[in-house]
Design a protein around this ligand. Structure first.
Ligand code: BTN
Length: 253
């Protein structure tokens, strides 16, 4: 449940709205609860702290003060394919927002939708379905990053990269870019976002290891992102594999 001091409401463009809380279990969960009475697209919740933040694949997203925890509900996600595409659209929107807020940091993508700076993770995205909608959860390491002993992947923060940002300002920027990217995607389709993602993809043409949910590891060269958002790995003799879910690690150069 939402706790602490009174929520702050802010009206954004075209009916999108942002609720800022001091503490909540998970902003994704808070959006789900609020959507029961406020179902129109563009309901966004941010919190200063999450007590039960969650990451992809059932992981915990450690959520101390100083970072950004933001979720927004979109009337989208009728099919799995649509949701898969949306995850890349969100990643591109987030990278655009970071490029605007901190022009000196060079952001790259790690499949499917992590954002990296200098090879270390600065942001993660979690999409969850909610009836006929999708809740997009975004965590950005604004001021703090988990250390190597707790993170599954090396992590950094914007502050550590020399960008001192206010989480609320960043949330506004992300929502503005997200709204515009989602509109573009609806009007023009996925191809433009696939291209934008590939342009900034980490490790394209290089060796990767994809660790699947089953525990299987797929080794090969990262050659493409296909039209469904699958990672295409060329395993030479083992042939090409389309990876639909898993964690990616880059071979040491
Ligand atoms: C990942 O594992 O990389 C995805 C992390 C997503 C974390 C964000 S923080 C805001 C929203 N609320 C949550 O509980 N999770 C997402």
């Amino acid at each position: 449940m939402a706790q602490g001091s009174e929520p702050v409401y802010e009206a954004l463009l075209d009916g999108w709205r942002l609720v800022a809380l001091s503490e909540v279990d998970s902003t994704n969960e808070e959006v789900r609860r609020r959507a029961a009475v406020d179902p129109a697209e563009g309901l966004a919740v941010m919190a200063a702290v999450q007590t039960a933040g969650r990451g992809r694949r059932g992981r915990t997203w450690v959520s101390p003060p100083g970072n950004l925890y933001l979720s927004v509900r979109l009337n989208q996600g009728r099919t799995l394919a649509e949701t898969a595409q949306l995850s890349f659209v969100v990643a591109v929107a987030l990278a655009d927002a970071l490029a605007e807020a901190a022009p000196h940091v060079a952001v790259r993508f790690k499949w499917p939708n992590d954002l990296l700076i200098g090879g270390a993770k600065v942001s993660g995205i979690l999409l969850e379905t909610d009836r006929a909608a999708v809740i997009v959860g975004i965590g950005v390491n604004v001021a703090w990053a988990p250390d190597a002993t707790t993170a599954t992947y090396p992590a950094t923060s914007l502050k550590g990269e020399g960008a001192d940002l206010d989480p609320r300002d960043l949330a506004r920027g992300i929502l503005r870019h997200l709204k515009s990217c989602v509109e573009q995607w609806r009007a023009r389709g996925f191809a433009v976002f696939r291209a934008a993602w590939l342009e900034r993809a980490q490790g394209l043409g290089q060796g990767v290891v994809a660790r699947l949910q089953s525990g299987e590891e797929v080794h090969g060269i990262f050659v493409d992102l296909d039209a469904d958002g699958a990672l295409v790995v060329d395993g030479a003799d083992a042939g090409r594999r389309r990876i639909l879910a898993g964690d990616v690690f880059f071979a040491a150069s």
